[in-house]
Design a binder for this molecule. Structure first.
Ligand code: AOS
Ligand code: ZN
Ligand code: ZN
Ligand code: ZN
Length: 395
């Protein structure tokens, strides 16, 4: 039996090893195709996003970097880098992964890197090179590529030719990477395309990463799977292949709903984190934990802190699994004892340990309550104004 102090010591070690990246787009207004509900406190400038991210990090202590979207955060490209460096210092938040945008330009209607037009493919490739240059200038390790290309009807596109165009573009992008940079290839089965998506599952992303080069890896967005898929098994395979680059964390009821992490299925995230703990510290260094959410209804700041705190708790729960004892029970096929040992860690209320960890590091024990007490959201809502009217796409 472990002593309380050794449990606490192990728990604090696990908590000390956990950081998670927050997305700039998580602080801005967003919506669904049925309308947007604008929030007065939503960020609409880069400085407001840095301010919000800085506040989340001040309250949680584990979100030192913010993912940036090239089109939304650096509309002028590389020339915006100087402003970002100033904001990084001002708000104590470093630039995190750099996210190209291949899904918004009108020219990408029939695809970006997989467009039948060589000219449009060239434009998309140039955007990737710009993104690599921005990452290099900002000292970001990861270029996090979500490639939304696909088609809506059978027979309207050559899936085969699109593979070849994609392989070529990714190899050429890889050639532009600095030695310490990585290209994260994110897969998604559908949306915005609804018949085929060019990078639809982990197998396609893994093939592309292996074909592209040693600095290309796979990004697992927890919302990008069919309902019954075993995501922790995919994670295990990617760890086995040394291809796991990181995660976009969110939760889903139906599809890529970008709900607050753990709000629907916290046990799944616990099982994913267990596979990471099993792989040891090297895997942790290679794995970028990132949040991908932008809520239409919940308050941006509150939802971000909820996700960060939930991720931290689930990470600690998974760390509590006695992996040695579990391995013995798995070897002997002791089904009930192995499952009970596993579930016991999941059902452990780790909040007192997390609160004590925060207290000892001079952080608020309850970051959500501290956000409320700070009056930060009320203040930014006043300063930022914002329209409350719901803007419907049917209007
Ligand atoms: C889209 O569904 C993907 O999850 C993207 O990773 C995310 O929405 C964001 O746009 C970053 O590109
Ligand atoms: Zn409908
Ligand atoms: Zn994502
Ligand atoms: Zn997504």
């Amino acid at each position: 039996m472990h002593s309380v102090s050794s449990i606490q010591e192990n728990a604090f070690q696990a908590l000390d090893s956990f950081q998670i990246e927050i997305p700039s787009w998580g602080f801005a207004n967003t919506g669904t195709r049925f309308g947007k509900f604008l929030q007065p406190a939503a960020a609409s400038t880069l400085e407001e996003k840095f301010s919000d991210a800085g506040m989340v990090h001040k309250l949680t202590g584990i979100t030192p970097t913010m993912a940036l979207h090239v089109l939304w955060d650096l509309p002028n490209g590389l020339s915006d880098a100087a402003t970002i460096k100033t904001l990084e210092k001002q708000y104590n938040i470093a630039s995190g992964s750099i996210n190209p945008n291949l899904f918004q330009d009108q020219e990408y209607k029939f695809g970006s890197l997989c467009n039948p037009s060589a000219e449009i493919r060239g434009k998309a490739f140039a955007h990737l090179l710009d993104s690599v240059a921005i990452a290099r200038e900002l000292g970001s390790r990861d270029i996090s590529l979500w490639m939304p290309d696909g088609s809506n009807y059978p027979g309207t596109q050559s899936m085969r030719r699109r593979i070849e165009w994609l392989e070529e573009a990714l190899q050429r992008t890889h050639a532009a990477l600095a030695p310490n940079q990585r290209l994260l290839i994110e897969y998604k089965p559908f949306e915005p395309a609804f018949y085929h998506t060019d990078i639809a599952d982990w197998g396609m992303a893994a093939h592309l990463a292996m074909h592209t080069g040693p600095q290309a890896v796979v990004l697992v967005d927890t919302g990008h799977h069919y309902a019954a898929q075993n995501i922790e098994q995919i994670v295990t395979w990617l760890l086995h292949l040394n291809l796991l680059g990181g995660f976009h964390f969110n939760d889903r009821r139906y599809a890529d709903d970008d709900l607050t992490l753990g709000s629907i299925d916290p046990y799944q995230i616990f099982r994913i984190f267990h596979e990471i703990h099993l792989s040891g510290p090297k895997a942790l260094l290679q794995t970028a934990f990132m949040i991908d959410q932008s809520h239409n209804l919940k308050g941006k700041m509150e939802a971000m802190i909820q996700t960060v705190a939930t991720a931290q708790e689930l990470w600690l729960k998974a760390a509590l699994v006695d992996r040695e004892a579990l391995a013995k029970l798995q070897t002997s096929c002791d089904l009930i004892s192995s499952e009970e040992l596993f579930r016991d860690a999941f059902w452990t209320d780790v909040r007192p340990l997390v609160r004590e960890w925060r207290r000892l590091r001079g952080l608020p024990e309850d970051p959500l309550a501290a956000l409320k007490e700070s009056g930060y959201v009320d203040r930014i809502a006043r300063e930022r104004g914002g329209k409350l009217a719901a803007v419907s796409s049917y209007a």
